[in-house]
Design a protein around this ligand. Structure first.
Ligand SMILES: C[S@@+](CC[C@H](N)C(=O)[O-])C[C@H]1O[C@@H](n2cnc3c(N)ncnc32)[C@H](O)[C@@H]1O
Length: 221
């Protein structure tokens, strides 16, 4: 029988980046879509936010893989908050919904309960403000300035553009905008929005890629 190729697991990969990333270990056992370097980038970005009342917003949380990374970076600050927006019903763009449906079955469809249990197991539930529902609906009532916005919800072009239009104006000057799946063989939405609306706009600075993620910062006015 042919030997299976030796593969290094996510936990080992994380620790090989440095023992300082040990607090991120719970991320490795949560179902979702986030590479080790993307996880570290989210953690480092949220860790670098202001100490007093930092506010991060995540659109598209699934079972909390990226939420754990963002929340871990906020932990220890004064009154930190991570607002997590997701319908928790496995809905999404046409390319993703079948996969979401299949993977949701593995937790009996209990996505919100699984999300909350994962955050609780990581000791981070208290930082999280869970907002069930669609991003566009929540955007209508949103008033607070955001320090970091992570867009990882519906990946169709129209939906990503709508998220960008709804939420980017709420980011404070100097705050971060992060989009996931910008480099992706199937999803074109995030890439088109970055190319059409962000990369050549001087209101967005310090753009860089981390695996499939694009990270940028709103210019100071
Ligand atoms: C790719 S998954 C998120 C993955 C997660 N960030 C992770 O690290 O594993 C996308 C999530 O966004 C949700 N979603 C789809 N449309 C949405 C919308 N309009 N607003 C908020 N969330 C949405 C999906 O149901 C799904 O839970």
């Amino acid at each position: 029988m042919a030997k299976k190729p030796w593969r290094i697991g996510t936990r080992a990969k994380l620790l090989l980046r440095g023992l300082r990333y040990k607090p991120l270990l719970p991320y490795a056992s949560i179902d979702g879509w986030l590479s080790v370097d993307e996880a570290i980038a989210l953690y480092e970005l949220s860790r670098g936010l202001p100490h007093e009342k930092p506010l991060a917003v995540e659109i598209g949380c699934w079972q909390g893989k990226s939420s754990v990374c963002l929340a871990r970076g906020l932990a220890g600050k004064f009154h930190p908050r991570l607002c997590c927006i997701d319908p928790f019903d496995a809905s999404g763009d046409d390319a993703s919904a079948p996969t979401y449906g299949q993977r949701a079955e593995q937790v009996g469809g209990a996505l919100r309960q699984t999300f909350e249990a994962n955050l609780r197991a990581a000791g981070l539930r208290e930082l999280i403000d869970v907002k069930p529902g669609y991003s566009h609906e929540h955007a209508q009532q949103w008033r607070e300035p955001i320090d970091l916005l992570f867009l990882d919800g519906d990946h169709s072009y129209d939906a990503v553009r709508q998220d960008f239009e709804d939420w980017a104006p709420r980011i404070r000057p100097g705050g971060y905008l992060v989009l996931h799946d910008v480099v992706h063989p199937v999803h074109q939405g995030p890439r088109r929005v970055v190319q059409e609306r962000i990369e050549a706009d001087r209101n967005w600075v310090d753009g860089r890629y981390v695996d499939s993620m694009y990270v940028t910062r709103k210019a100071m006015t």
